[in-house]
Design a binder for this molecule. Structure first.
Ligand SMILES: *[C@@H]1O[C@H](CO)[C@@H](O)[C@H](O)[C@H]1NC(C)=O
Ligand SMILES: *[C@@H]1O[C@H](CO)[C@@H](O)[C@H](O)[C@H]1NC(C)=O
Length: 162
């Protein structure tokens, strides 16, 4: 079994007084950690006589595929945004660097997954000229460059090995 690669996202909401009830007992959600894996990827290896070797894949072995990017856009938008922004109003509708911290393992496919996920989560509400450059043709609409933090693989003690 190869190492299990995880993405770790910590969502911080430090302003307790702003938190919102999540059920009838008036319990308040004050801090949330969400953890997920990367999306669909190319194979990480194959057998010798396979006609489809590494050069058959646009980015080579083990890289996030367009389908994987799409999966993360949907996860970010249809699950995380839908629940924590739209439904619970736990997070602001606009990206706020004081509210959310995103951490990934130091692996291409997990970092690319996190970028895709954040685009899904914050892309729809992103404000041109405020959250990203308002310049026609120079920037993808709704794309906010949100920091994805990581540490070197050999010192990443959060990552589970198996
Ligand atoms: C990440 O991509 C680069 C090429 O852009 C490659 O050299 C490297 O091996 C990849 N690393 C991982 C962990 O996928
Ligand atoms: C964006 O740029 C266009 C063209 O320069 C301008 O008309 C529009 O008001 C700008 N929008 C914002 C939100 O700054």
């Amino acid at each position: 079994m190869k190492a299990v690669v995880i993405l770790l996202v910590l969502i911080l909401k430090l302003f307790f007084c702003n938190s919102h009830p999540i059920n009838d007992d008036d319990d308040k959600l004050v801090f949330l950690q969400a953890v997920w894996r990367h999306g669909d990827r190319s194979p990480i290896e194959t057998y010798k006589s396979d006609p489809y070797q590494e050069d058959s894949w646009p980015q080579g072995w083990g890289q996030l595929s367009p389908k994987g990017m799409e999966q993360h856009v949907y996860l970010g938008r249809n699950r995380l945004k839908a629940r924590y922004i739209d439904e619970l109003k736990f997070l602001s509708p606009y990206y706020n660097s004081h509210e959310i911290y995103v951490r990934s393992t130091d692996v291409n496919r997990t970092i690319a997954s996190a970028i895709s996920n954040m685009f899904g989560m914050y892309g729809e509400n992103a404000r041109p000229g405020i959250d990203y450059p308002n310049c026609t043709g120079c920037w993808p609409i709704g794309f906010i460059p949100i920091a994805i933090h990581s540490v070197r693989e050999d010192t990443d003690y959060v990552r589970k090995r198996s």
